[in-house]
Design a protein. Structure first.
Length: 482
């Protein structure tokens, strides 16, 4: 997960006391606004629950903070949450996911409501399910699986994605995860042409073999493969195209998949054309990520693209850098330039930084991280899909009330919780990415029931660097990789 705290808000509560709210963005989209004490409470519970080293948390201050100290605290909190976001144990924990889910729901500031959500399959068929804003992505997925009758052991191989339809192409904007409510995230990204789609959630195509033995799983993979060939994500000759079309007309799905799995770029995610400083500055490229590599096709005037493959095991680390054009962060005409830079082992003892400029830079980074996580898990024979332990933990709301929460769930109703006698006060203690069609999100500033007004916003500088992601797979590199 990529975290940032690009700005803050100052609130006045019901007792006329002011406090600072920190606007947390995750994977390029505004997620929630939280107070210092909420993050401190999260840290204290991670200390007790997480069996991993934790970064230093910004210390409490006994006197009101100056503007300089407020900025130092924002930077410190951002660094803290970026660091824990890189730890696979923490960012997959029920505690962090549950905290973020509850914080997102509190930011919406409304009662939980049931509504219908359309989830599309790759063949444009849709499954309409009744969901609540308190349900996270995993819970919504379970309802989809129940409707399409997918076998339980195949559930981990799929996920929900938000895509935008553009001409005959589909552009992936985001993978929905358990720290968020699909309904809330979908609304935050509201723009023409977006939809929630069920798609593959793994990189190793050997997993296909298990899925293809089930009729529902076979149909899901088949429909997604047909769609990717039609989009041009998977390269194919005219002869092979005719052969596959004949199999498609006859409904011979397994034979179709047997052939398709051998094609170039099968199992890759393709991104919209962008620019790279390799092999030359301002090279126009098409990037595809899959099969443990970032594949670069340099577009040339003679329509003979030059192909370059960067193995993920040779990337020592990478980072996301953003810069903003425009004066008002919330202006519809703002634009954020995003860059993914990775340090690559070009040759033995020779590392080189390579930079890609793309609106999808954060998604590229998320793909690289999930690919490396899967690679490391495979090398250690780990189990990617362990059952959650459903531990209880305490969520503190912005107004100071607290509630015991079980697992990665959410508080049942924020408004009701504030009125219940057993709820007690706690004694402890931009969008960054532009939507490809317009913008990815607009920060929605709302009054909450415990906040009378927003006094002002603190905004960041023009250029900033997000968290640098270290690649643990780099240190497993052997002579055969060189």
């Amino acid at each position: 997960m990529h975290f940032s705290i690009p700005d803050t808000q100052e609130f006045v509560d019901a007792a006329s006391n002011t406090y600072v709210g920190y606007n947390i963005h995750i994977n390029g989209l505004f997620h929630c606004t939280v107070r210092y004490k909420q993050l401190l409470n999260l840290h204290e519970q991670l200390v007790k629950d997480a069996d991993v080293p934790l970064p230093t948390f910004p210390p409490k201050k006994f006197f009101p903070l100056t503007m300089t100290q407020q900025e130092e605290r924002r930077v410190g909190l951002e660094k803290y949450i970026q660091t824990i976001g890189q730890n696979p144990v923490i960012n997959s924990s029920e505690l962090l996911n549950g905290f973020l889910l509850n914080a997102q729901q509190e930011a919406v500031n409304g009662p939980f409501e049931n509504e219908y959500l359309d989830v599309f399959l790759s063949n444009d068929c849709k499954v309409t399910i009744n969901v609540s804003t308190k349900e996270n992505s995993g819970q919504v997925l379970k309802k989809v699986y129940d409707r399409i009758m997918l076998l339980n052991h195949l559930h981990p191989y799929f996920a929900l994605f938000i895509i935008v339809q553009e001409d005959n192409n589909a552009i992936v904007l985001r993978k929905l995860q358990d720290f968020e409510s699909p309904v809330i995230t979908y609304k935050n990204m509201c723009t023409l042409g977006i939809r929630v789609v069920l798609g593959k959630n793994y990189w190793d195509i050997e997993h296909d073999l298990e899925i293809l033995d089930d009729s529902v799983g076979l149909s899901l993979l088949y429909n997604q493969t047909v769609a990717e060939i039609q989009r041009g994500w998977i390269l194919i000759t005219d002869e092979m195209q005719n052969r596959l079309e004949n199999l498609q007309k006859k409904g011979i799905k397994k034979e179709y998949m047997k052939i398709a799995r051998t094609l170039k770029y099968y199992g890759y995610v393709q991104f919209v054309p962008c620019f790279c400083d390799y092999p030359l500055p301002e090279s126009k490229v098409v990037i595809a990520i899959g099969k443990n590599e970032l594949n670069l096709r340099v577009l040339t005037a003679d329509d003979k693209p030059q192909e370059i493959a960067f193995k993920v095991t040779r990337m020592r680390c990478w980072r996301i850098t953003t810069s903003q054009n425009g004066i008002d962060r919330y202006d519809h005409h703002d634009h954020f330039n995003l860059e993914l830079s990775f340090e690559y082992l070009i040759a033995r003892n020779q590392l080189q930084w390579i930079t890609v400029s793309s609106d999808q830079a954060i998604l590229m980074s998320v793909c690289l991280q999930s690919m490396i996580d899967e690679l490391l898990l495979k090398s250690t024979d780990g189990n990617k899909h362990q059952e959650p332990q459903k531990k209880s933990w305490t969520y503190i709301m912005r107004d100071g009330h607290s509630r015991i929460v079980m697992g990665a769930g959410s508080i049942e109703n924020i408004d009701e919780e504030k009125q219940q006698d057993e709820v007690h006060s706690s004694t402890g203690v931009e969008p960054i990415i532009k939507k490809l069609t317009d913008r990815l999100s607009i920060m929605k500033l709302k009054k909450s029931s415990d906040d009378k007004t927003i006094v002002y916003k603190h905004e960041r500088g023009r250029t900033r660097e997000c968290d640098i992601v270290e690649n643990n797979a780099f240190y497993t590199i052997g002579d055969e990789d060189l």
